[in-house]
Design a protein around this ligand. Structure first.
Ligand code: NAP
Ligand code: MG
Length: 478
């Protein structure tokens, strides 16, 4: 198939980035107690972007105290309609600064600009708009007659794959319910969380209502262990999620966990095949596969296996890998060297265990962290690539013969976050969806998100829901 060369179309905006960022505590920018800083880099070229403050347990303590004071003094006492006005202001400011935020997200984390511009940032704004509308209607969230009351100080820890969006998923419902927040962004992607802190400053939220502490896992750990935190909302790996659950056992802190996944994406022979192929591509290659709900285990009906492999092989060659700031780029940079090495190690295990690797052709950029769009055929359900989350642009293809076998294989995982089904038969779609043990099931589509729709997992994918009315339960006492 002919592949046309595109002229480069780089995004030209270069947002102002400070040389060095402090911590955002009690409405002010503060130096960390330990004077320590670390660099955040652009994973597409390994250039240093800024120096970021490293928060010690002393800083975490200051942030939690500021959040407690703001909670008692202003936020819980504020009229709900007035809380809504602040949240609405944040939503407006994110929209107004959308282009700048999209570039920041892309240079700090490596995702293609078309994704940060068209998905991450508008969706982050949409969550603030949505929850602003709920702030004065909370009595409709709980059972009739129950008075909605906030939990207090919420510690919120987010990963690097959707930095601003994950912060929005957490902060917007927490504020709407009257809680105050200490947010800990991931070490490799702090810039949009810090830009959000600037926005919150400009929106004149009372000091301490939202605090941002940057650092690494130890900073997150200090936040989890702080005795004056009422709730922990964590998104990240299952391993760290489990360690947090163990540490909180026996305390009265509330916890929600949004963890990893290994979603089944099921394609029946009667599926609308053009759409299904695009759904599969979107399901695994969106955001370089750094997606907790990525459709990373493709289950195809045996008699269309060969056709699907041929079509996917062709489609891989049309994906454009390279500069994330180029508006034509489909596959950007892998978020960090550590993540690249993890992907390489798992792909090597796939080859060693006997699966067949198919990859997009072409040279990778000389600098930065890149991995070609890839898939495996001849995958056995016991292979590591069929069981472990790769969190990269790598799909494992398995087959099934009957709908029952599809369900059995789909549920043969310790995870339960998402799943996808492609079939022309509506009744088959519904019958399968009801049997899949996953928090979200997409039928004849994939990766659909809306602030009004709850998202979350069960089993090793965690518990609790974010988004929709369900997302509000997690921030109210009941
Ligand atoms: P991770 O290592 O668990 O890190 C997530 C966050 O926790 C980061 O901010 C991290 O800080 C912090 N952290 C690390 N160790 C900690 C500890 N001991 N105590 C408290 N906080 C700690 O996860 P990741 O590898 O960055 O992120 C990818 C994972 O997130 C994948 O498994 C993915 O499936 C999952 N994820 C789930 C969802 C969902 O909604 N279910 C959404 C997105 C991602 P540093 O990064 O600074 O070390
Ligand atoms: Mg970075």
């Amino acid at each position: 198939m002919a592949v046309f060369e595109y002229a480069p179309a780089p995004e030209s905006l270069r947002p102002a980035i400070r040389e060095r960022y402090g911590l955002f505590i009690d409405g002010k920018w503060a130096s960390p107690a330990g004077e320590g800083h670390f660099d955040t880099i652009n994973p597409a070229n390994e250039a240093r972007l800024a120096e970021i403050a490293y928060a010690t347990p002393t800083d975490v303590d200051r942030a939690v105290r500021a959040a407690r004071k703001a909670y008692e003094k202003y936020w819980r006492r504020l009229k709900p309609a007035d809380r809504a006005k602040y949240i609405y202001r944040i939503a407006r400011a994110i929209t107004e600064r959308g282009r700048e935020l999209a570039v920041l997200e892309t240079i700090d984390g490596g995702k293609p600009i078309k994704e940060s511009r068209d998905f991450d940032i508008p969706m982050a704004a949409a969550h603030f708009f949505y929850y602003a509308g709920w702030a004065d209607k909370l009595e409709y969230v709980l059972r009739a007659g129950r008075e909605p009351s906030p939990l207090g100080v919420c510690a919120q820890i987010v990963p690097w794959n959707f930095p601003l969006l994950m912060a929005a998923w957490k902060i917007a419902p927490a504020l709407a319910c009257g809680n105050t927040v200490v947010l800990k962004p991931a070490e490799t992607t702090p810039l949009t969380a810090l830009a959000l802190a600037q926005i919150i400053e400009e929106c004149e939220l009372p000091p301490g209502v939202v605090n941002v502490v940057t650092g690494d896992g130890a900073t997150g750990s200090a936040l989890v262990e702080h005795e004056d935190v009422d709730k922990i909302a964590f998104t990240g790996s299952t391993e760290v999620g489990k360690s947090i659950a163990r540490r909180l056992a026996g305390t009265d802190k509330r916890l929600t966990l949004e963890l990893g996944g290994k979603a089944a994406h099921i394609v029946f022979a009667d599926a609308p095949m053009d759409q299904a192929i695009e759904g599969v591509v979107n399901g695994i290659y969106f955001n370089q596969g750094h997606v907790c709900c990525a459709g990373s285990r493709l289950l195809v009906e045996e008699r269309v296996h060969d056709e699907i492999v041929v079509r996917l092989t062709e489609r891989l060659q049309t994906l454009r890998l390279g500069d994330p700031l180029d508006k034509n780029t489909d596959i950007g940079a892998i978020n960090s060297r550590a993540q690249l090495e993890k992907i390489q190690e798992l792909v090597k295990s796939g080859v060693e265990q006997g699966a067949t690797l198919v990859q997009q052709r072409g040279d990778l950029p000389a600098r930065g962290f890149f991995f070609p769009a890839s898939f495996f055929t001849n995958v056995h359900p016991s292979h590591r690539i069929a069981r472990e989350e790769i969190f990269g642009p790598v799909l494992s293809i398995l087959t099934f013969r009957t709908p029952d076998e599809a369900v059995d294989k789909a549920n043969n995982t310790p995870y339960g976050l998402s799943a996808g089904i492609w079939t022309d038969k509506g009744s088959k779609n519904m019958w399968i969806a009801q049997q899949l043990r996953a928090g979200v099931v997409w039928c004849n589509t994939f990766n659909q998100f809306d602030p009004g729709s709850p998202f979350g997992g069960y089993r090793e994918s965690g518990f609790g829901r974010e988004g929709g009315v369900h997302g509000l339960y997690e921030y109210l006492a009941h």
